[in-house]
Design a protein around this ligand. Structure first.
Ligand code: AMP
Ligand code: GLY
Length: 424
């Protein structure tokens, strides 16, 4: 069988890595991929928004399954285009991708189907939004409605900060059209966790739980990023809490999708805030989390190709998804300056230590080849991932591995996993 993975980050490297282990998979292609992916798959130079080009590639190369990594092509309707051409694709149709593509749609959906979430109001007028912020006071959260590469959410500790955020989004149009509406919502205090499920519209299979670390600095300080590290499982999602999430969040969500006639086939990532023992939804994503996919796929025992193909074909009920015991951790190595503007083009040293290693895998995100060397080409550069019997042994392996890797300005968090240890 042949598979095409769309995307070129750490999540896609983890998908390609796991798919290529399937005895049923003869060849994996990736568009566009990155330097690490090119070692285990054939990278093809087709843009992820060139649906026609991708469909042509799939037809001429007899691809059996296409797996979409990032949200942008899903929001633009890549799954709809593939389905129209009778091609098998893992990822939701455009109507389903609105759960991530429009925060207003997601919030209204949650309200309509009784899913616990922060109280909110949507605005397209700056003056009314400012008035509401002054009325509610701080802390308060300001969100651009559309996709903003994870940067469209500002958790404001003061009214002035919230007003600056409104100006940035609505007046300066920092996120373009994505900011033509804003959501202003109550600030929830608690602990975050990521709860992902697979669904083919009928069957729901929860994935292993995980916890991301969004802020750039240790101790959850500094601005939000795409995610600086994650581990799986998340101790806060005990069996009891997971059951509560299934009952109060996933069941009504699935009913809602059915009522809205959305035939969703893919992953739904529910970003949770656990406040005083009760789970609330912060956001939906319509794809695997990044970096969460790295530690999660590291723990997956089942054949990923079987799992994703069955989901795409509406046969998820036939599949048993099993997990390796233990704890996995992924620590992201980022470029200097990230999540602000960052430098590119620095040579990465030490990657050869991990060739063929099974205990520690270095997933690539922003990397590319240059004159026979691998250089940095993005904000998040690598995701060093390891599995251990316990959180501390996984942490030891990851941080020992990181000592061997070097590039100019490399920054990473030194406390990934500490929260899980404190919980015990
Ligand atoms: P989102 O993209 O909506 O998940 O927001 C990104 C990050 O902003 C989340 O992971 C949280 O850390 C934070 N956040 C979003 N909404 C809220 C909220 N209502 N209360 C507190 N923090 C929030
Ligand atoms: N790690 C957060 C996300 O993938 O959205």
């Amino acid at each position: 069988m042949k598979v095409l993975v769309i995307g070129g980050g750490g999540r896609e490297h983890a998908l390609v890595w796991k798919l290529s282990q399937s005895p049923r998979v003869d060849k994996v292609y990736c568009a566009p991929g990155n330097a690490g992916i090119s070692e285990i798959a054939e990278c093809i130079n087709i843009r992820i928004d060139d649906f026609e080009g991708l469909i042509d590639f799939v037809k001429y190369n007899w691809i059996d399954l296409t797996v979409v990594g990032p949200e942008a092509p899903l929001s633009e309707g890549i799954a709809d285009a593939f389905i129209k051409e009778e091609r098998i694709i893992f990822g939701p149709v455009k109507a389903g991708a609105r759960l991530e593509g429009s925060k207003q749609f997601a919030k209204d959906f949650m309200q309509k189907y009784g899913i616990p979430t922060a109280e909110y109001k949507t605005f397209s007028s700056y003056i009314q939004a400012e008035e509401y912020v002054r009325l509610k006071g701080a802390p308060i959260v300001v969100k651009a409605d559309g996709l903003a590469a994870g940067k469209g959410v500002i958790v404001a500790e003061t009214v002035d900060e919230a007003i600056d955020a409104l100006k940035l989004i609505m007046k300066d149009k920092a996120f373009g059209k994505a900011g033509s509406k804003v959501i202003v919502e109550q600030c929830l205090k608690g602990e975050e966790a990521s709860f992902m499920i697979l669904t083919d519209g009928k069957t729901v299979v929860p994935l292993a739980t995980s916890q991301d670390h969004k802020q750039i600095f240790d101790g959850d300080k500094g601005p939000n990023t795409g995610g600086m590290g994650a581990y799986s499982p998340a101790p806060i999602l005990t069996d009891k809490m997971s059951n509560e999430v299934m009952k109060t969040i996933i069941d009504p969500m699935m009913k809602g999708l059915e009522r809205e006639r959305i035939n969703y086939r893919g992953v739904i990532y529910v970003g949770l805030m656990i406040c005083e023992g009760k789970p609330y939804v912060l956001e939906y994503n319509v794809r695997f989390g990044d970096p969460e996919a790295q530690p999660i796929l590291f723990r997956l025992d089942s054949d990923l190709f079987d799992v994703l193909k069955a989901t795409a074909e509406g046969r998820l009920n036939e599949i048993d998804v099993t997990w390796k015991e233990g704890v996995s951790i992924c620590v992201v190595l980022a470029s200097e300056g990230y999540p602000g503007s960052y430098k590119k083009g620095d040579v990465i040293k030490g990657l050869d230590h991990f060739k063929g290693s099974r205990d520690v895998v270095v997933f690539h995100a922003g990397t590319t080849h240059n004159n026979g060397e691998i250089i940095t080409s993005g904000g998040r550069v690598l995701g060093v991932t390891a599995l251990g019997d316990s959180i501390s042994s996984a942490q030891d392996s990851v941080y020992r591995a990181i000592e061997k890797i070097k590039f100019n300005g490399m920054q990473f968090r030194k406390d990934i996993g500490n929260k899980a240890i404190k919980k015990k």
